[in-house]
Design a protein around this ligand. Structure first.
Ligand SMILES: *[C@@H]1O[C@H](CO)[C@@H](O)[C@H](O)[C@H]1NC(C)=O
Ligand SMILES: *[C@@H]1O[C@H](CO)[C@@H](O)[C@H](O)[C@H]1NC(C)=O
Length: 436
């Protein structure tokens, strides 16, 4: 019997062994998966303290209607309806504090994104809506049906998506803490899988956090702990849709009456179109002027966000101008061919709905933005990357596209050739010594 014949017998045996093993412990043969969701995906809980005073907008209804215990603030359909909608706006709002150069909650509102480490923090966006309305829930179900177990070899990084990161020299304690926690979670996931490096899967804004973590980690840390970065629907260069939400409001979610409150999130500025993806073409036009990616402060000011207008240049711009390579193999997965806002034509100011000119993208993020990192890193010898474009997949439905599933399963099950990797001084480098 030749070598070939031997393999013909051996391979099915090995496969049978693996399958049998998987029935008992999936941690044995699969790479651990770390999932980082996008903006507005994680649950946020809140609790009011004595320091909370209902703003006049709420007419005192807030303190009177809300329990003095932790309750679900996002997403909570009771709160985003009258008579509590304005109250919700007051609770969810962020405030820029010039003295500390940082954002904070409304005074007297404590918040937390629960279940860090588990996928429970983003399994259900709206607990009252059917699961099939939320593709993330379907993706998690499929992973669990394939043998993954939450907290064993499947880990989640829910986070308070209202906060972002700021450029070096500017504090952003909430976002920086997320990076620390995510780093620890990746290490923990790898340890739980007997030292196998993790596959990190990020959706939408989650990608922006993952990139900063990877780009600032040492090469030896990345090699040891991260096998692959699957980047789904990443808004690398922002989105024109974000300008619509800022100027007009989140109409589809019914949040238009609290546009200024929801628009106060620190992370919103991070998602505005950048010159990397949009160059100098007009993105928003009014009868008075037009706004390109270079005019974000003026746009924010005109849309009613004077604090964001002030901080954009110092806290946000240096961050979005750079797309440092993550230093681990990346697969970009995104939808394409879905009508996506690329130019908003308003009248005199932003009071009326704009006329929307559509271009290519995933319905939310423009194609130039989805591809911005691939364009930036292609040709870098140390940066392996693959681009998967899925026709007609939207920003959220891409999570359950067959092609996406194929990329994920290929990465988690791929057999790694074991290599000798000793612990080096670099591995214990502290993330806290870096600024983002
Ligand atoms: C929504 O918020 C209210 C507080 O007004 C709370 O009583 C309720 O339990 C929350 N809903 C969910 C699903 O947690
Ligand atoms: C995408 O949608 C268009 C328009 O509905 C349709 O003509 C096309 O066949 C679709 N493509 C795929 C690959 O599903």
């Amino acid at each position: 019997m030749g070598e070939r014949g031997f393999l013909v017998i051996l391979l099915p045996l090995l496969a049978a062994l693996l399958l049998q093993f998987s029935g008992h412990s999936s941690a044995g043969h699969l790479h651990p998966l770390i999932i980082v969701p996008g903006a507005a995906s994680s649950r946020i809980d809140a609790r009011l303290t004595d320091a909370y005073h209902s703003s006049s907008a709420c007419g005192g209804i807030c303190s009177a209607s809300l329990p003095a215990v932790w309750f679900r603030l996002w997403w909570n359909k009771t709160l985003v309806r009258e008579p509590l909608l304005r109250c919700f706006g007051d609770l969810i709002q962020l405030h820029y504090d010039a003295a500390s150069d940082d954002y904070r909650n409304t005074a007297g509102v404590e918040t937390a994104a629960p279940f860090f480490g588990s996928v429970e923090g983003f399994r259900h966006r709206d607990p009252d809506a059917p699961e099939e309305d939320w593709p993330m829930a379907t993706l998690l179900q499929r992973l669990e049906a394939a043998g993954y177990r939450d907290g064993v070899d499947l880990f989640g990084a829910p986070y308070d998506f209202r906060y972002g990161l700021a450029a070096g020299g500017h504090p952003s304690p909430v976002g920086s803490r997320l990076l620390q926690d995510l780093k620890g979670l990746i290490e923990r996931g790898s340890a739980a899988a007997g030292g196998k490096p993790a596959v990190v899967v990020a959706h939408s804004m989650g990608n922006l956090f993952v990139l900063r973590l990877l780009a600032r980690s040492s090469p030896s840390w990345r090699r040891r702990f991260v096998k692959h970065f699957i980047s789904i629907a990443a808004p690398w260069g922002g989105a024109v849709a974000e300008m619509y939400t800022a100027a007009t409001g989140d109409v589809s979610a019914g949040l238009q009456p609290v546009r200024l409150q929801v628009g106060s999130f620190e992370s919103n500025s991070w998602l505005l179109p950048s010159s990397k993806a949009f160059g100098s073409r007009p993105l928003v036009v009014t009868t008075r002027r037009s706004y390109t990616s270079a005019d974000m402060p003026e746009f924010l000011s005109a849309a009613g966000f004077p604090d964001a207008a002030k901080t954009y240049g110092s806290r946000v711009l240096p961050l979005v101008e750079k797309l440092p390579p993550p230093g681990v193999p990346v697969t970009f997965v995104s939808g394409t061919g879905v009508a996506t806002p690329e130019l908003l034509v308003y009248g005199d100011g932003f009071a009326q709905f704009p006329e929307i000119v559509y271009g290519d993208g995933d319905g939310t993020v423009n194609m130039e933005s989805l591809l911005a990192a691939a364009v930036e890193w292609s040709g870098l010898p140390e940066q392996p990357l693959k681009v998967v474009k899925i026709a007609n997949a939207t920003h959220v439905s891409v999570l359950i596209a067959e092609e996406t599933w194929r990329e994920i399963t290929e990465q988690v099950a791929a057999v790694e050739v074991p290599s000798k990797r000793g612990k080096t001084a670099e591995d214990s480098e502290q993330l806290s010594s870096l600024s983002f």
